[in-house]
Design a protein around this ligand. Sequence first.
Ligand SMILES: [Zn+2]
Length: 54
Amino acid sequence: MTSEHVLVTFCCSVCGEVLEVNPAMRAALLCKGCVLCSASVTDDDFERRVDSGA
Ligand SMILES: [Zn+2]
């Protein structure tokens, strides 16, 4: 397993859209803003999914 395949959950604080995205999509969102409402996206809008048990 590599971190390249980790999905993160994006939750737009403006329109409420929730998406599971890969690192490339995450970078695009940070750069271009929300795909739906064009709100600016920050690192706080992402929640890393950790599937390491526990
Ligand atoms: Zn949005």
